[in-house]
Write a protein that binds this ligand. Structure first.
Ligand code: KG4
Ligand code: ZN
Length: 352
């Protein structure tokens, strides 16, 4: 089975072809991506209208490139999958309409993919992880601990009550004058910094319910930066290192509580799986390696390029759903909001 996947929910235009391996898991035949970072950088964040236009301009080229690199024709495919949300609606519509048009023109099954589900299932593409597992999703818009019980079967264990982790990284970077996107910049600065110099809070530490709260930490960084102003390069590095150390402590503590809750309600997970752009942070990855070693839990961390937004994860989710006979109609509408676990209460930030 070979499926084309299309991703346009945020600031990355991506198209990929993935093949199902006979033994399970996927083989990425091509994975084309074009980042819009340069277009958005002057504004310090993603501008939805600019994103939608940039997707329109490149999507057909990227699909062509993905097919050529995979050495397949449209007629060789078994399905077309496109992310239908959640995300910036203008961009989502570009990818969704492209996917539908290709499927319709070639008489192929169409799959409307939930972008969060694609992050959640990436570990099965790369490592063929069996259900159930505990997912730690950390991206620019989402921070969640989720029990992944099967395709389409998700129980949200914890979420953020305010900022997402990626958002916290980006806001801290911005207030320290670092370029957009901030997450990777904070990580680079933190490498040369002293993580003990600034005493920052660890919000929610030891709380039973494995939720996250990050806006207070961001405010604490702002106050510390104001006190230390004018900031020297040394101050910026130390602030980044101290912030990252606090985030690491919070992530490990919240994941520990999430694991405890999983074990009491659902039994033993087969792995801890990380996903989302922030999962490419090396300090966070190292701390999770240590935590899983201590907890006797298998840790699956897809390579950074598959943690950030990409087309391969959309194609793979298409494969998973097609294997279960799940396809979607041409009237499937783009969804700006699309929670993984619709039974979970809407989080306080409205981002699910
Ligand atoms: O999953 P993603 O590519 O896009 C969505 O939000 O869906 O995640 C992007 C987020 C941004 O906030 C970015 O700053 C953050 O992931 N990020 C990082 C790192 N790389 C990306 N945050 C911390 N350390 C990194 N190395
Ligand atoms: Zn994402």
């Amino acid at each position: 089975m070979r499926v084309l996947g299309i991703e346009t929910t945020c600031d990355e235009t991506a198209a990929a072809v993935v093949r199902l391996k006979p033994e399970g898991g996927g083989e990425i035949l091509s994975n084309e991506i074009r980042s819009q970072i340069e277009e958005h950088a002057p504004y310090g964040g993603v501008v939805p209208e600019i994103a939608a236009r940039a997707h329109v301009e490149i999507i057909d080229t990227l699909v062509q490139r993905a097919l050529a690199a995979a050495n397949v024709r449209l007629s060789d495919l078994d399905g077309v999958a496109a992310a239908a949300g959640p995300g910036l609606i203008g961009g989502v519509m570009v990818g969704l309409v492209t996917g539908k048009a290709l499927a319709l023109a070639c008489g192929l099954p169409f799959v409307a993919v939930n972008h969060l589900e694609a992050h959640a299932l990436t570990a099965r593409l790369t490592d063929n992880v069996p259900f159930p597992y505990l997912l730690l999703l950390m991206s620019g818009g989402h921070t969640q601990l989720v029990a992944v019980r099967g395709v389409g079967e998700y129980t949200r264990i914890g979420t953020t009550v305010d900022d997402a982790i990626g958002e916290a990284f980006d806001k801290v970077a911005k207030l320290l004058g670092l370029p957009y996107p901030g997450g990777p910049q904070v990580e680079i600065e933190a490498r040369n910094g002293d993580p003990t110099r600034f005493d920052l809070p660890r919000p929610m530490l030891n709380r039973q319910q494995p939720d996250f709260s990050l806006s207070g930490l961001k405010t604490a960084v702002r106050l510390a930066a104001e006190r230390a102003a004018p900031l020297s390069p040394r101050d910026v590095s130390d602030l980044c290192a101290s912030f990252q150390a606090a985030i690491v402590d919070v992530i490990v503590d919240r994941t520990r509580m999430g694991l405890r809750q999983f074990r009491t309600t659902l039994g033993h997970p087969n792995a801890l799986v990380v996903a989302g752009g922030v999962a490419s942070n090396q300090a966070i990855r190292r701390s999770l390696v240590r935590f899983c070693g201590e907890s006797g839990l298998r840790l699956v961390m897809p390579p950074p390029a598959l943690c950030t937004d990409n087309g391969a994860m959309i194609a793979w989710t298409g494969i998973e759903r097609l294997l279960l006979g799940l396809t979607d109609d041409m009237d499937f509408a783009a969804r700006p909001r699309w929670p993984l676990d619709p039974t979970a209460e809407r989080s306080l930030n409205g981002k699910a």
